[in-house]
Ligand binder design. Structure first.
Ligand code: C5P
Length: 239
């Protein structure tokens, strides 16, 4: 498989075409961004860690009957994935209060919810990715009612699998963000990445933060935190 032209460059990844129309080539970058791009840094090796962690988690999800765009990891920082049109929604699942929700509701972090909360944010940098409700999504024709039901079902399923998987390795899945895409056939498929960039992961015993909050809040070494996650997942460190 050959890497073709650059189709898209996001904050953390580049996407290239391949000679296969239905397959694209993803490269994980070392850029770290937060607060809608206001805080930026280059962290050597971050892309390698996220590629490895995302690949392991997509394989785990696949084994649990949740397919995704992931086809295979082809190098330290590259993957082949199925081409999809990304639905412009960030689907956030929350098991414990943290981050923007703790702020919005004026509650402390770490409170367990009675059941997982699923939220949708409209992916639009110029608007600052606002929280939106189902009626807005239907009105903007981002997704139909049936698709919204499917997105919620998928998100809840991913949460169940990942929560118990992380618990086995001593980690609390506090919250996370998913993105979904549509294949040429119109099927909804889990896409983007699942990594410490997109999940809040706290040590079960100590509540130590092992995710991008380390960067957002200047809590120490992001590399150490991500390596900790990768090691617990049984992945290999590139030293
Ligand atoms: O910031 P907030 O508390 O709403 O984030 C909820 C979850 O979604 C966190 O795990 C965060 O890392 C993730 N997220 C993300 N990309 C965004 C916004 C949030 O991965 N643009």
């Amino acid at each position: 498989m050959q890497k073709g032209t650059l189709l898209y460059e996001g904050k953390a990844k580049k996407i290239y075409s391949t000679e296969e129309e239905k397959i694209v080539w993803i490269e994980y970058k070392d850029s770290a961004t937060a607060f809608n791009g206001e805080k930026k840094a280059e962290i050597e090796g971050k892309g390698i860690l996220n590629n490895e962690i995302t690949s392991l988690l997509f394989l785990k999800l696949d084994e649990a009957g949740i397919p995704s765009h992931f086809i295979k990891k082809i190098s330290d920082r590259e993957q082949l994935v199925q081409r999809v049109d990304i639905i412009p929604l960030e689907v956030v699942v929350r098991n414990f209060s943290a981050g923007s929700l703790a702020k919005r509701l004026g509650i402390e972090e770490g409170i367990q919810f009675k059941q997982p909360i699923v939220e949708f944010y409209y992916k639009d940098d110029s608007l600052g990715d606002p929280l939106i409700i189902d009626a807005h999504i239907r009105e903007l024709e981002i997704a139909s009612s049936d698709e919204l039901i499917k997105l919620k079902e998928h998100a809840v399923k991913v949460n169940a699998v990942l929560s118990s998987f992380f618990e086995e390795i001593g980690i609390r899945l506090v919250d996370f963000k998913l993105e979904f895409g549509k294949t040429a056939e119109g099927n909804i498929l889990l896409a983007d990445e699942v990594s410490p960039d997109t999940c809040r992961l706290w040590d079960l015993e100590t509540n130590e933060k092992l995710d991008k909050d380390v960067f957002r809040r200047d809590l120490g070494s992001l590399t150490d935190a991500y390596e900790n996650i990768l090691t617990r997942l049984g992945g290999r460190l590139h030293v």
